[in-house]
Design a protein around this ligand. Structure first.
Ligand code: GUN
Ligand code: ZN
Length: 438
């Protein structure tokens, strides 16, 4: 058995701070102890409470000035879009045609996909994202490349092959039959391997025929362990296009619902232009939304109302949505979510933002029995954050007295330099200084 303890400030969320009193929703210890045994959390609490009971001989590493948090959960992103980050000029539909579809065609080539998958996962880790729900491309090999790379790193990751049989370049289109065969084959080949999971991934209603959406719903129904992952109501032109392509439906969500894609395992990215009625139907089904503030701002898609989604009871995770989103950092996304809230006049409490980036994401991905916080028994995916990583951060952090102050400063000033270490299942997977021996 391996056992290691870390002494530092510790924080994690135990519940949604909008639904539970702060003292129950969050556990924070300025002098804490995290004990990891065989890749799982054995204990999390105040040093003075836990130290006396530590088994003799347990190594304790003191990390003063550091904050240990759970690894972040990226509830929506695209690994083939790293190279379209920072593309100038268009809103969603033009951006897909001008930038994204050309870049995704390169993923027919396994060597290209391997290189991009490794770079992407390393970016996740150096930014503190230890779990993600990921779009691949239409190519089966793109999924194999990402799963191979995640397996090698022992990451908890969910991904899927894009389904897309119309309104896209021919080189990026599959068919109902090949889409079904590839998806089924990938589920069979990868289910239960390492910490991987599969998501049936129709890109969005614009690029799938009715027959393909129906097939996706059938495959999801046949495999209760897989998620459904798609986009919905991101941009007004997109919403109008869906209305033209699928006349006679109550709304965008109704299209997915009709084809069996509104489930308790569905994650809908964006939901910016989603009515209260649709949000309530999502809650009724147990589906989740992924809020992607950086992407929504860059593409000019609109301002997601977190307040409305929370009032309706929707589970909301936080997504980078790379490459429409411009950063891999969930800390940065917490800051972007705050700014969206400011533009809406809603505000966003720092603890709520931290919940979105951790436990809420795990809940959205149905992984909260495994990750999302550092409760005993969970997988030990955690971060060591350096609160003085840059001169400006050190200076501003010195004046941040409360936990909320510190989290807010991080959300506005932090980048990948803050993530001193990232651990996956108790093993060091990223070290800012490059030394992976600890
Ligand atoms: N809607 C359909 N495809 C995409 C995509 O790749 N990125 C974003 N942001 N929205 C989409
Ligand atoms: Zn997306």
């Amino acid at each position: 058995m391996s056992r290691q303890a870390y002494r530092a400030a510790l924080v994690h969320m135990l519940d949604d701070p909008c639904r539970a009193p702060a003292a129950e929703a969050c556990a924070y210890h300025t002098d804490g102890l995290l004990v990891v045994e065989d890749g799982h959390v054995a204990a999390f609490g105040a040093y003075e409470d836990l130290a006396p009971a530590l088994p003799a001989g347990t190594p304790v590493e003191a990390l003063s000035g550091r904050l240990i948090t759970p690894g972040f959960v990226d509830a929506h992103t695209h690994y083939p879009q790293t190279d379209v980050i920072a593309a100038w000029g268009s809103q969603l539909l033009g951006w897909l045609n001008n930038h994204t579809f050309p870049a995704e065609q390169a993923f027919a080539d396994r060597a290209h996909a391997d290189e991009a998958a490794g770079f992407f996962l390393d970016q996740l880790l150096r930014n503190g994202a230890t779990t993600a729900l990921v779009f691949c491309t239409v190519h089966k090999t793109s999924v194999e490349a990402l799963f191979d790379a995640a397996l090698a790193r022992n990451m908890r990751l969910i991904a899927g092959k894009v389904l897309m049989d119309r309104n896209a370049p021919p080189a990026l289109c599959d068919t109902v039959e090949t889409g079904r065969a590839d998806t089924e084959a990938l589920i069979r080949a990868w289910r239960g391997r390492g910490r991987l999971g599969y998501a049936v991934t129709p890109r969005f209603a614009v690029t799938s025929s009715e027959a393909q959406l129906a097939m996706a719903g059938e495959v999801a129904a046949a495999h209760p362990d897989v998620l459904v992952h798609t986009h919905m109501s991101e941009n007004l032109d997109e919403v109008a296009r869906v209305g033209e392509l699928f006349p006679g439906h109550r709304d965008y969500l109704d299209v997915y619902q009709r084809f069996g894609l509104l489930t308790d395992r569905s994650v809908f990215a964006h939901c910016v232009h989603t009515s209260e009625d649709a949000l309530r139907r999502m809650v009724g089904a147990g589906a989740a939304a992924a809020f992607c503030p950086s992407s929504n701002l860059l593409l000019g898609s609109g301002l997601f109302s977190l307040r409305q989604a929370c009032a309706c009871g929707v589970t909301v995770g936080l997504g980078t949505d790379v490459g429409a989103g411009s950063s891999f950092s969930l800390l940065h996304m917490m800051g972007e979510a705050y700014k969206v809230g400011q533009l809406r006049g809603e505000g966003l409490d720092p603890l709520h933002a931290f919940y979105l980036a951790t436990l809420a994401g795990a809940r959205a991905l149905k992984l909260d029995d495994k990750v999302g916080n550092l409760a005993p028994g969970k997988e030990a995916d955690f971060l060591v954050l350096d609160l003085a990583a840059t001169p400006l951060l050190a200076r501003r952090m010195a004046a941040a007295k409360t936990l909320a102050d510190k989290l807010f400063v991080l959300s506005i000033l932090a980048d990948d330099r803050v993530v001193e270490r990232a651990y996956l299942a108790g093993a060091l997977a990223h070290a800012r200084d490059g030394d992976l021996r600890r």
